[in-house]
Structures are given as C-alpha cells and as structure tokens.
Design a protein around this ligand. Structure first.
Ligand code: FE
Ligand code: FE
Ligand code: ZN
Length: 277
C-alpha cells in the first residue's frame, strides 16, 4: 500500500492530525512545526505526543514529515537571521524527539547575491551544529524550484551539502515534484533519465520522502506554484508513472496541492487506485 497523505494544520496537536489523516484515508502527513511565516510556537504537549505515537502505531501509520517554517533562511547574509535559523531548527529537532523516528524537512535557503558556494558553506555549518548522531529524526533537504537565489534547485547543490554533513545517516532528500519540474527536470517525458541523474549525483538511497504536486507552470519556469493532481503541466499520466516508480513506491508521499480536507481525501483515493499491484 502507498504511504500517502497530505499537509495538515498542526493547530490542534499531533493526535488530532493523526485522527484527521486516518479519516481521509492517509497513512502519513506533513505539518508546519510552527507558524510558517513567523516563528511562533505553542508549548510542547508531551501527553499529546505520546497519545499520537500510540494511536499512529495502532493505525499502522508511516513516517511523518515536520516542515520547518519557510521564512527560515539558514544561509542569509545577515548573521542574526542565521542565528535565528539555528535556534529554530535545534528547538524543532528537540521537540521532535517526542515523536521519534520521523522526518524534518526544510528549504535549504536563499543565498541572495552571496553566491551558491557561500550559501552552501552556511547551510553545512548550521547542519553540522544542530544534527547529532543520537537524535531520532532525519533531516531532509527539499528540492527547490530555483525561485530567486534559492539553493537546492540542482541535484549537484544538494549533493554538495550532503557531502559535507558529518552525520550522514541523519541527512537525506525530500523530492518535490512541482519544484523539480519547475527547476527544469523533465519528469513528464524523461522520468527514467531524471531518476538516473538523481542516482548518479546524489544516490537514490538518499531519497527519503516525496512532496507530490502538479505544477501551474511549464517545465523550467522556476516559479513554484502548486496545482491539483492532474490539473497542471505535469499531468495525470506522469504522476501515475511517478508514484509507481521503484525508487518512490515505498516512500512517504505527501500532497501539498491547493486543497481543503475533502479535496485531499479525493486525491488520496484517486492516487490509491493508480498504484499498480
Ligand atoms: Fe516545502
Ligand atoms: Fe514541497
Ligand atoms: Zn512549493
């Protein structure tokens, strides 16, 4: 069975997200660790974490994805912004120890005129400061569309980061289908070639999770506008081929399409019928 779910609101806690996921046929989900545009966070409710872990085990839930706020920039030219990223990511990771064994996904950051190399230096430094061999969470770099000066549009950039992270077993990649398509990787006409390239540059053993989205824009436009599954420029056939691809079949797949809960429920049901035996 596909490990499939969608992005959910974390405002009512972990157990509520678990129940909501189950109610729409999901066996994974993603949530923002805190206000995605600011950094506000509620007090950690340890009882809620424990109740969720228990509930999720009973319902055979897969690995879930915590998403860092997207205003966080680990490679900002401004030292205070980098310190804030450090503080937030280490606090998020400390909290996630209460729901152990899952993923923490973040956007590598925007280098804003400093150049890719300087940006990557900052990201690597931060990751080596916050990732510990003892932690139970694996940190994922998200593949980006290449808007502005975003780092992570090319597989080479992600590889350059992973290469220099000391704790290799705690770092991986979350592939966003809209982002790589917008970034110029043609998963519609050359899915095999794209996976081959991923494997050659990063290694498919580093692919841990997927964001499944269609795209409002054409290949290589660097825009990052998600569309409903089958309603965009990736299209239903390419999506079907993608979710059945050997490297993806056993990964947690999370929808970030412009949807409400009933819409997600429909997309999840539709995608489950598209999974080949
Ligand atoms: Fe993201
Ligand atoms: Fe994404
Ligand atoms: Zn996006």
């Amino acid at each position: 069975m596909l490990t499939l779910g969608c992005h959910l609101s974390a405002s009512k806690g972990f157990l509520h997200m678990g129940e909501e996921a189950v109610s729409i046929g999901a066996n994974t989900f993603q949530f923002f660790t805190r206000n995605p545009r600011g950094f506000k966070v509620k007090d950690l409710d340890v009882k809620d974490c424990e109740a969720f872990v228990e509930y999720w085990k009973e319902h055979n839930g897969g690995k879930i994805i915590a998403h860092a706020p997207y205003t966080l920039n680990a490679c900002s030219a401004d030292e205070r912004t980098r310190e804030l990223a450090h503080m937030i990511m280490s606090d998020d990771l400390a909290r996630l120890e209460h729901v152990p064994g899952n993923y923490y996904n973040f956007h590598p950051g925007s280098h804003v005129k400093q150049g890719v190399e300087v940006g990557i230096d900052y990201i690597v430094k931060l990751l080596n400061e916050i990732i510990t061999p003892e932690q139970k969470t694996t940190v994922l770099l998200e593949t980006m569309a290449g808007k502005g000066s975003e780092i992570g549009r090319t597989f080479e950039e992600l590889r350059a980061i992973i290469d220099r992270v000391e704790c290799k077993e705690k770092i991986g990649v979350c592939l966003d289908t809209c982002h790589i398509f917008d970034g110029g990787y043609d998963i519609v006409n050359n899915l095999d070639g794209v996976f081959e390239e991923f494997d050659n540059v990063i290694g498919l053993d580093k692919l841990y999770a997927v964001h499944l989205n269609d795209s409002k824009n054409p290949l290589g436009n660097h825009k990052d506008r998600h569309e409903l599954i089958g309603k965009g420029n990736i299209g239903i056939d390419a999506i079907a081929a993608f979710i059945n691809y050997s490297a993806v079949r056993n990964l947690p797949i999370v929808l970030e399409t412009p949807n409400d809960l009933p819409g997600y429920k429909q997309e999840i049901a539709m995608l489950r019928t598209m999974r080949n035996a």
